[in-house]
Design a binder for this molecule. Structure first.
Ligand SMILES: *[C@@H]1O[C@H](CO)[C@@H](O)[C@H](O)[C@H]1NC(C)=O
Ligand SMILES: *[C@@H]1O[C@H](CO)[C@@H](O)[C@H](O)[C@H]1NC(C)=O
Length: 167
C-alpha cells in the first residue's frame, strides 16, 4: 500500500507536468477512432502520434478509449504537413510530390526502412521540408507503429490510473 502511494506520487510528478508543459495540440478520442484515422484527420504523422503518446497508447494502438486526450504535437516538433500513403505510393513519388528528398522523409519518419519497403496504405507521413521530428522517447529503441484497432464503442472501466502504465 505504502509503496503504491509513493509510486502514484512519483508517477504524477514525472508524467503529468511534462506532458502538460510540452503538448501544444491535443485531440479527444471519439468512438470508432483508430490511430491512423486520427493522424489522417488531424494532420499528424503516424510516428509523431506514437511518440507523443508512447506512455498512453500501447504498441498496437488497441487501447484507445473514448474521451481519452491525446497529444498531437509538441512545441518545435509539430509536423502538420502530412501525406496519407495510398495504393501504389512509393517514397520517390511521395518525395517529389512534397518537394522533399529521401533523407528528409526518413528523418521525419524514422520508421521507414532503407529500401522504403515498409510503408503501408493509410500510414500518415510527415512531408515537411525541415526536420521537425520529435525526439525518440528515452529508453525506447524504436516506436512501434500501430495497427488499426478502433476505439471501443463505450468507455471502459476507469480502474486504472490513466497515462501511467509503469504502475
Ligand atoms: C489538414 O491539412 C489540410 C491540407 O493542408 C487542411 O485542409 C486541413 O484543414 C487540415 N486539418 C486540420 C485538422 O488541421
Ligand atoms: C535533402 O534535402 C535537404 C534539405 O533541403 C538538404 O539539406 C540535403 O542536402 C538533401 N539531401 C540529399 C541527399 O540530397
Amino acid at each position: 500500500m505504502f509503496s503504491q502511494v509513493i509510486a502514484v506520487a512519483l508517477c504524477a510528478l514525472i508524467a503529468q507536468p511534462a506532458m502538460a508543459a510540452k503538448c501544444t495540440r491535443t485531440y479527444t478520442v471519439k468512438e470508432g477512432d483508430y490511430c491512423d484515422s486520427i493522424s489522417a484527420a488531424q494532420n499528424v504523422s503516424t510516428y509523431q502520434l506514437a511518440v507523443n503518446n508512447v506512455n498512453h497508447i500501447n504498441a498496437d494502438c488497441s487501447d484507445l478509449e473514448v474521451g481519452q486526450v491525446l497529444c498531437l504535437g509538441t512545441q518545435g516538433h509539430d509536423c502538420q504537413t502530412t501525406h496519407v500513403v495510398g495504393a501504389g505510393d512509393t517514397c520517390d513519388g511521395i518525395d517529389s510530390a512534397a518537394g522533399v528528398n529521401i533523407t528528409l522523409l526518413v528523418a521525419n519518419n524514422p520508421q521507414i526502412n532503407e529500401q522504403c519497403s515498409n510503408i503501408y496504405i493509410g500510414e500518415v507521413l510527415c512531408t515537411a521540408t525541415t526536420v521537425i521530428v520529435p525526439p525518440a522517447p528515452s529508453g525506447a529503441k524504436s516506436v512501434s507503429i500501430p495497427s488499426s484497432t478502433p476505439a471501443p464503442s463505450s468507455n471502459g472501466d476507469d480502474e486504472n490510473i490513466p497515462y501511467c502504465d509503469e504502475l
